[in-house]
Design a binder for this molecule. Structure first.
Ligand SMILES: [Zn+2]
Length: 75
């Protein structure tokens, strides 16, 4: 019988933001106006020009690198 072993490893958290491709200045942020049927649509709005766009997740998104998966460079 095989066993898995739980182990704690180091992680480096980072955030991913969505920059506006219209004004190239603002950042797209969640408006709270979301739909889940038939697909996940999280509405975001540019905090500079007001453009709206939907994504399947909310930004800024927090992710992390684990253990040996460390980024070569993280700005
Ligand atoms: Zn914009």
């Amino acid at each position: 019988m095989e066993h898995s072993t739980e182990k704690k490893v180091k992680a480096i958290p980072y955030a991913v933001i969505q920059l506006c491709d219209v004004c190239e200045t603002g950042q797209l942020l969640p408006t709270g106006n979301n739909k889940y049927i038939p697909d996940i649509q999280i509405e975001h709005k540019c905090n500079h020009c007001g453009k709206t766009q939907t994504f399947q997740e909310s930004y800024p998104a927090i992710r992390f690198y684990v253990d040996c998966d460390y980024p070569p460079d993280l700005a």
